[in-house]
Ligand binder design. Structure first.
Ligand code: SR1
Ligand code: MG
Length: 419
């Protein structure tokens, strides 16, 4: 395929002829005559093919010109593959080994050829199945800290950061999805909303709560107007692939510049939803033991974030923000300033977590954690706990000293009869 070929979506049948001449694929999968091609995309937006051949396998991810979940009535620019590719290269530099290796990028075809992760599976599926992953919180917390710190003017030269902000500013339509589905739709009668029967009293409580909606909009303002680092932008448990001990981050097509607490908050929300949905997936000893493990992952993620961010603050603070010239060079510690920055990030993260917990039960794209609970009579009370805890996090986001306090609050909501 050359840069002159107009965009055309691939199919398992056309892929070998169209990509058979690409060494990026043949180097890893072997002779095209040996290939089998399977389309495995189960996300909301894209085509994902696994190409298996005599020499191994690769993944080919191709953007569609519309939202796959909805159909061609919702067009979506192909340029998201360009931003995903550019984010993957930055994340690979900022936290080496944490994202799939990129073999090839074709901007016109909106496709990325990348490492086939095996035997990794999507983390959300593991959480629903009750599987544990060693080192999960440590790895994810470190990834959030490294990408947040190294993508900001705490570390980068201001000119480089500004150039990158300008590059990513071209990505308008993808952040627009988050702007609508996350920060607006759960709180009004939006067309694509849907929810489990029985939740109306809780939804009414949320929509009547002006203080909470004001909090949501304050968080939205930070998301939309604060460009402090390059975010993954969609860091839920479906954007993590893992074995029992190896962990990778995928799918950063929602990347944009935004507040440092956003990715940490999204991740935390998705673990809280995994925690709160567990009574729909298992019982008794297995239930409490596994829920305890999920809360430990939340605490580990936060602790690892703080430890790594602190390490980078002390060793890599080479950007224009909080310069040594104002602190260490004058014999003043910058540790109080670090604590202030970390507290702001954590407060944002708690608030963003609350909003994410709302949108995954009320807006367009729900979570399998709850959706896989087929009986609405079991699902609705669990989602009600999740929705009311989301409200609490938004309203009280400045009052949680650490993840231990957040986990304690989760335990309380896990006991509540709300419906
Ligand atoms: C229309 S896209 C819906 C959701 O899927 C993606 O994974 C993002 O989370 C987005 O909000
Ligand atoms: Mg995705």
């Amino acid at each position: 395929m050359t840069g002159d070929t107009p965009y055309e979506s691939l199919t398992p049948d056309t892929l070998p002829a169209r990509l058979g001449g690409l060494s990026a694929v043949t180097d890893h999968a072997g002779d095209p005559a040996s290939w089998t091609v399977e389309e495995v995309g189960d996300g909301n937006l894209n085509l994902v093919f696994i190409v298996r051949g005599a020499a191994g396998a690769v993944v080919v991810k191709q953007a569609l010109p519309y939202v796959r979940l909805v159909g061609d009535s919702w067009p979506l620019p192909l340029y998201r593959a360009f931003y995903e590719y550019n984010t993957l290269t930055r994340q690979a530099a900022r936290d080496p080994g944490m994202v799939p290796v990129i073999h090839h990028f074709d901007r016109d075809q909106a496709l990325i050829v990348m490492e086939f992760l095996s035997p990794h599976t999507i983390l959300r599926g593991k959480l629903i199945a009750g599987e544990k992953v060693a080192g999960l919180g440590d790895t994810l917390g470190r990834f959030c800290a490294r990408t947040a710190f190294r993508g900001s003017e705490l570390s980068m030269k201001s000119a480089d950061k500004k150039a990158d902000v300008a590059l990513f500013a071209g990505n308008v339509e993808i952040p627009a999805i988050t702007e609508a589905l996350v920060f607006r739709d759960p709180y009004c009668d939006a067309e694509m909303n849907h929810h489990t029967p029985g939740l109306d009293p809780v939804i009414n409580t949320l929509r009547r709560d002006v203080a909470m909606k004001t909090g949501v909009q304050a968080l939205f303002q930070r998301f939309a107007s604060n460009q402090e680092t390059l975010l993954h932008g969609d860091l839920h448990t479906g954007s993590v692939m893992a074995t029992g001990s190896d962990i990778r981050i995928i799918d950063p097509e929602f990347a944009q510049y935004g507040p440092m607490g956003f990715d940490l908050g999204m991740l935390t929300a998705n673990f809280l939803m995994a925690f709160l949905s567990q009574p729909g997936h298992r019982q008794d000893q297995n239930l409490t033991g596994y829920q305890d493990w999920i809360l430990a992952v939340i605490a580990n993620t936060h602790d690892a974030f703080v430890a790594e961010f602190t390490y980078l603050w002390r060793r890599e603070r080479t950007g224009m923000l909080y310069p040594a010239a104002l602190f260490e060079d004058q014999g003043h510690s910058s540790e109080a300033a670090l604590a202030d920055v970390l507290q702001r990030i954590w407060t944002d993260a708690v608030g963003f977590a609350g909003v994410e917990m709302h949108r995954r039960c009320l807006s367009l794209a729900h979570n399998a954690d709850f959706e896989a609970i087929t009986d609405p009579a079991i699902r609705a009370p669990l989602e009600a706990r999740n929705l009311m805890m989301g409200r609490d996090l938004i309203l009280s986001r400045a009052d949680f000293p650490d993840a231990a306090a957040l986990c304690e609050r989760a335990r309380q909501f896990n006991e509540k009869d709300i419906l």
